[in-house]
Design a protein. Structure first.
Length: 325
């Protein structure tokens, strides 16, 4: 048994492949793992469950039960902002699971156990980037398995990865986190997704399929930044058409204004909203990172909106796990 530290990067969610019940598979996440920002969890074996964060404690209790170990003491050394579109819940849950398991000399088996923590239901992107980083596309679920009502919590398997590519280390993802109301989660997210799925136009899914297979995947495989960005932006906007009624437009406020402002910046491509927002992201490279950061700061100032601007390389590996015996 040992003290274990697990650190995992955030993820961006570009969108889903299909939200219509008229097609054979539902959802199918598309996203990217980031090096920054990160969540970092420290765990020690214990006789009960101890944690300095309520959500970390909840995940630790579930992990202890699933692993059948005596207990764990968890400290949250770095936090991801919650409910903004960076996948904070999944990364925290899996980091706690992995730290708890390794502290007791166990294999975390994150993909298998993620459903027991309530993670990896609709999208498998967060689980996949925790495992191995990269640009990821998952297979989604057979339509009818996840319909307008999701299965009972934990009664699912994480969608398998159908494509994964390392993106060039010179690429930089611009991440803008405006100070705004958090994105949807929990029952509110379930209700919104139910409404979207009931009304989703299947023709949009067919358009996304073309953009994914003929544009985004080839650009990822070949490391072509501008082509990747253009395809990601196209898929994000098509997803926005599905969500327009639920979030008040292709992008939720103030993400929409930020998307439009950054789309006009010549050194930024692939601008979009991650998940339900309010995080807005774009793609640039290391040589133009400072210019991209300045454009994002100016866009926030023009909106009179406070916020944080980050730049991150794409993650080429999954969570970092370190043991100290």
């Amino acid at each position: 048994m040992a003290t274990v530290t697990v650190s995992a990067g955030a993820r961006l969610h570009v969108g889903f492949q299909n939200l219509s019940l008229a097609r054979e598979r539902l959802y199918g996440g598309i996203g990217v793992g980031l090096e920054e920002p990160r969540v970092t969890v420290r765990a020690d074996p214990a006789d009960g469950v101890e944690a300095d964060d309520p959500l970390a404690r909840e995940y630790a209790a579930r992990a202890v039960d699933r692993l059948d170990v005596p207990g764990v003491a968890v400290s949250l050394d770095r936090r991801l902002p919650r409910h903004v579109g960076l996948g904070s819940g999944t990364q925290l849950a899996l980091a706690v699971l992995a730290a708890t398991a390794r502290a007791h000399g166990r294999d975390p088996r994150a993909r298998e156990r993620a459903p027991a923590l309530g993670r990896g239901g609709r999208s498998g992107v967060g689980v996949a980037t925790f495992e191995a980083g990269g640009f990821v596309v998952d297979a989604g679920h057979p339509t009818g398995r996840f319909t307008t009502e999701p299965p009972r919590e934990g009664d699912w398997t994480v969608p398998p990865v159908v494509a994964r590519h390392d993106l060039p280390s010179s690429w930089r993802f611009l991440v803008v986190v405006p100070e705004a109301d958090p994105g949807r989660s929990g029952e509110d997210e379930d209700a919104s997704m139910r409404a979207v799925v009931e009304d989703a136009d299947p023709a949009v899914a067919d358009e996304i399929a073309g953009a994914l297979t003929r544009k985004l995947l080839p650009a990822a495989a070949e490391g072509r930044l501008e082509a990747f960005g253009a395809a990601a932006a196209e898929i994000g906007r098509k997803n926005g058409a599905w969500y327009a009624d639920a979030q008040g437009g292709l992008f939720r406020p103030p993400a929409g204004e930020l998307v439009e402002a950054l789309s006009a910046c010549p050194v930024v491509s692939g601008v979009g909203q991650s998940s339900w927002g309010p995080v807005v992201y774009g793609l640039t490279d290391a040589d133009h990172a400072a210019e991209a950061r300045a454009a994002a700061a100016d866009a926030l100032d023009d909106l009179g909106c406070a916020g944080e601007v980050l730049l991150s390389a794409p993650a080429s590996a999954g969570a970092d796990v370190r043991e100290r015996g």
